[in-house]
Design a protein around this ligand. Sequence first.
Ligand code: F6R
Ligand code: ZN
Length: 185
Amino acid sequence: MTSAAVSNPTLFFNGGILQGEGVEHATRRIKDLDNVFQDTKVFGKTDPETLVYEVSSFLPVAEGTPGGLYFGLTHIHPGKVGNEYFMTKGHFHALIDRAEYYWGIKGEGVLILMNENREVWAERMFPGSLHFIPGRVAHRVANTGSQLLSFGASWPADAGHNYEEIRKNGFARRLIDKNGIPTLI
Ligand code: F6R
Ligand code: ZN
């Protein structure tokens, strides 16, 4: 149904796949996740091409544009490195006070959060869960289930990403599978 005033949307996330003009796709494989997992022995023995997560993003304005808003969908595959679940790299925003929303679409996971004092806490993520990530809080998601975990994200176009801090110092706590239960240690 279209008319001069009512048009079809230009973006879709049918079945969790973000489609539309201007959508960018990125993949993160084991070889891209240096310094993420604790068990370096198992990490070193894992096929470097193993797909861990994929991100598709709609970035309608140039990075850094004040007032701009970005949208992303992340899909984390099920899997573990040792007793640690497949997870995103995690980051603070480069403009550290910028906030973000995450929301669960499919599968089960845990959102791990850490403030600048390195205090860590975590929230369960599931279809319909909504997570407000305040500024000054680093964020990372682990897939704790046996299916694909998909979640949406929206963040300011001028937020940027500071991966270096987490790459160097990590999160102060890790989420591991302890006798089948996701546990922060
Ligand atoms: C954007 C954001 C998400 C993540 C995505 C992948 O600020 O938080 O879109 O970028 O979930 O995680 P990272 O970026 O940590 O590899
Ligand atoms: Zn972010």
